[in-house]
Design a protein around this ligand. Structure first.
Ligand SMILES: [Zn+2]
Length: 388
């Protein structure tokens, strides 16, 4: 009897092992397939760690000299546009780029050159395969989640330094975002998102700093948040059960990122586009904003090229970025400005979620209107971690 039990256990274990290996194999195929798209300007082994996007932005500003609240280099005013496309998988880009290998194109294989922001940005610089989630199995491993992802990109570090591993961790006070670093030096900076948790939890201490130092020229804005008069207002606005569920430190912190006038389209990405245009026109030096609909549609309908809600939200935000791109081009021609543009994702997704250490969640991408120096490329990246 004992032998039979052992044999049954052994059988179950081997079947389970095959199952897990099988899953990993399928998942690995995703990384291999995505690495093979012809539109990247690097290869899978050279995938760029997401925290390195910060270095690109930081060196762009630090090459110039900050004079009277402007960053000047060779007589031109340097500015940065940082645009996030939340939860846009690497394979979602096959909906807007031509892939000469014709993999996985969902019957659609031509570049949207007439209306694609990412195509326009890449045409001046590059488009790179990249990764979120730290080095799997090492100290730097972090959730492929929204707060960890954007914080790595905006601070230039993994959670081991910035402290944000999950959506519930406040960022360490000794690691400023690029917005705060340059606002302290006198540049006008800002970040807009319609997901309040990022400001109420992750950037809580930066909100505290701005409240204590109101002369700092930095605007954090939750586009669909009206000013609250009471804690009950917050409960109502955020659709919470009771006051205990409020994430903001207090009403002052809540209102510090609120909008005086919430537009009627505030919950849609078109409001983000309009707000970013407004900040560009207002003369900000660092304009940051995150398009949220791809992630929201992913959570509701699925992070998949087979889902029209997901695919359309990717295409919509890409088209909005085209408008931002053209506005910036016009300013460069007429106003003696020089812009760095970064467009990127925070994590991928699968099914209706993300956050795990799998290729579909870890693999992301970044477009920049300047070529990335090869020193930014990963070395021997295998989809989980770089070579030792
Ligand atoms: Zn996200």
């Amino acid at each position: 009897m004992k032998k039979i039990i052992i044999a049954v256990i052994a059988l179950i274990m081997s079947v389970t092992a095959v199952f897990f290996v099988g899953c990993d194999g399928e998942d690995k195929k995703y990384f291999e397939k995505v690495s093979s798209y012809s539109f990247w300007d690097n290869n899978g082994e050279e995938a760029v760690a997401q925290y390195k996007f910060y270095e690109v932005m930081d060196s762009f500003f630090s090459e110039g000299e900050i004079v009277d609240g402007s960053c000047i280099k060779d007589g031109k005013t340097r500015k940065i546009l940082f645009v996030g496309m939340d939860g846009v998988r690497a394979d979602a880009l096959t909906n807007i780029f031509y892939d000469e290998n014709d993999f996985d194109t969902n019957g659609y294989n031509y570049p949207c050159t007439d209306y694609s922001g990412i195509n326009a940005v890449k045409s001046e610089g590059g488009l790179y395969i990249a990764y979120a989630g730290g080095e799997k199995g090492k100290d730097s491993e972090q959730e492929t989640s929204t707060c960890a992802g954007w914080t790595s990109e905006l601070t230039g570090a993994w959670h081991t330094i910035h402290g944000v591993d999950s959506n519930n961790d406040p960022k360490n006070t000794n690691k400023d975002t690029i917005m705060l670093k340059y606002a302290k030096l006198g540049l006008d900076t800002g970040l807009a998102f319609d997901w309040g948790q990022y400001f109420d939890v992750t950037l809580r201490e930066e909100v505290s700093y701005l409240l204590a130092n109101p002369e700092t020229p930095m605007l954090l804005r939750d586009l669909d948040r009206p000013v609250a008069q009471s804690l009950q207002d917050i409960v109502k606005n955020e659709k919470l059960k009771d006051e205990e569920d409020i994430l903001a430190k207090d009403i002052e912190h809540y209102n510090a990122v609120a909008m005086k006038n919430v537009g009627e389209n505030a919950e849609y990405d078109v409001a983000m586009k309009d707000y970013l245009l407004e900040r560009i026109e207002a003369g900000d030096d660092f304009v940051g904003g995150i398009f949220h609909a791809p992630d929201s549609n992913g959570h509701t309908y699925g992070f998949s090229n087979e889902d029209n809600h997901y695919v359309n939200s990717v295409r919509n935000s890409d088209a909005y970025i085209y408008t931002l791109f053209n506005t910036i081009k016009e300013r460069e021609e007429t106003m003696n400005e020089e812009w760095l543009i970064i467009v990127t994702a925070d994590h991928g997704g699968s099914g209706k979620g993300h956050g795990k250490q799998i290729y579909e969640h870890r693999t992301i991408w970044v477009a920049c209107n300047r070529k990335f120096d090869q020193s930014l490329f990963g070395k021997g990246y295998d989809g989980y971690r770089e070579a030792e």
